[in-house]
Design a protein around this ligand. Structure first.
Ligand SMILES: Nc1nc2c(ncn2[C@@H]2O[C@H](COP(=O)(O)OP(=O)(O)OP(=O)(O)O)[C@@H](O)[C@H]2O)c(=O)[nH]1
Ligand SMILES: [Mg+2]
Length: 300
């Protein structure tokens, strides 16, 4: 006889403009640094699942690229398409904005959300950044006029008690359904994919403004041996000049990125990790359908 309590399971799609903290929220729910997060917009490029199983609830978070305006390059159009494409799979949508800010890009995201039939929860993130908390009330009241949100939750994705409150609210929207994944699954993505993301994260963190968008990381080998994991990755840039910057003086930049990404990846796999990096020039890859496909940027 099956005496297990009824299970609940559903997809929680997180959308919003770039840099509001979507991936940070997912990582803090999971308690693992799975998705790349950086202070720069357009960090996330793919749909990534983060699976949070707690008792008889399985919440499948769907992290998405930030929806943005002025998407001129094919890469940017793909990012928007990926994000918008995930809306259909949500049992509930989390629309994230940044406390105190409402931009044209936020408005564009909301336009897409007006078309969905499932509940939309508005998460107002980064409240820790608001010095004068009194300014928050008129801001929240203005947002509540813009759409019939199922909930409005101000929070900081860094604060555990905010995460706990958010999860508690979220559970009300998760239907009775059998689990889709094993209880200890954390993501739908391979460690190869996650490793490439965490290497790109460290590159984005280390490089100045424009260059991060010209980068793609491709794992050429991922070998598990008795001494740990050895990863060989190619970093693709668009121009020779960019290659020089990524390598850095006497290879210092590459060395730093290798060390930091090694630490991040080891934090997930739990064994020592070695990272070998190469830089290659692929002119115009951000507008090239064949190369976008090769770098996993064609589907989702
Ligand atoms: N102060 C503060 N910073 C936050 C909070 N949440 C996220 N951040 C920071 O905001 C920046 C962007 O976070 P991400 O999680 O990469 O944002 P994102 O929405 O996934 O961005 P894209 O992937 O580019 O769409 C990072 O520097 C985070 O550390 C928060 O609650 N408070
Ligand atoms: Mg992200």
């Amino acid at each position: 006889m099956n005496n297990r309590a009824t299970t609940h399971s559903g997809h929680v799609v997180i959308v919003g403009r770039p840099n509001v903290g979507k991936s940070t929220l997912m990582n803090h729910v999971l308690g693992v640094h799975l998705a790349a997060t950086t202070p720069k917009p357009q960090t996330t490029r793919n749909r990534i699942l983060g699976i949070h199983t707690d008792g008889n609830y399985q919440l499948v978070f769907v992290d998405t690229p930030g929806i943005h305006l002025n998407a001129k390059k094919l890469l940017n159009r793909r990012l928007n398409k990926t994000a918008i494409g995930t809306l259909a799979e949500g049992d509930v949508i989390v629309f994230m904005v940044e406390a105190g800010n409402w931009t044209d890009e936020d408005a564009r995201v909301l336009d897409y959300l007006r078309e969905v039939s499932v509940p939309v929860i508005l998460v107002v993130n980064k409240v820790d950044r608001v010095a004068d908390k009194e300014t928050l009330l008129p801001y929240l009241s203005d947002l509540s006029q813009r759409h019939a949100f199922a909930e409005i939750i101000p929070m900081s994705a860094f604060r555990q008690r905010d995460i706990d409150y958010f999860l508690g609210k979220l559970k009300n929207f998760i239907p009775e359904r059998s689990f889709e994944f094993d209880e200890d699954d954390m993501t739908d993505r391979s460690m190869r994919f996650i490793a490439a993301e965490l290497i790109r994260e460290q590159l984005m963190n280390s490089l100045a403004q424009e260059l991060p968008y010209a980068l793609a990381v491709e794992i050429e080998a991922y070998e598990e041996g008795p001494k740990g994991v050895t990863i060989s990755a190619a970093i693709h840039v668009e121009r020779e000049g960019q290659k020089r910057i990524v390598i850095g003086k006497k290879g210092e930049m590459l060395k730093k990125v290798g060390m930091e990404s090694r630490r991040r990846i080891a934090g997930i796999v739990g064994v020592p990790v070695h990272v070998k990096l190469w830089v290659k020039v692929k002119e115009g890859w951000t507008d090239n359908p064949r190369l976008l496909e090769r770098f996993n940027l064609d589907r989702d």
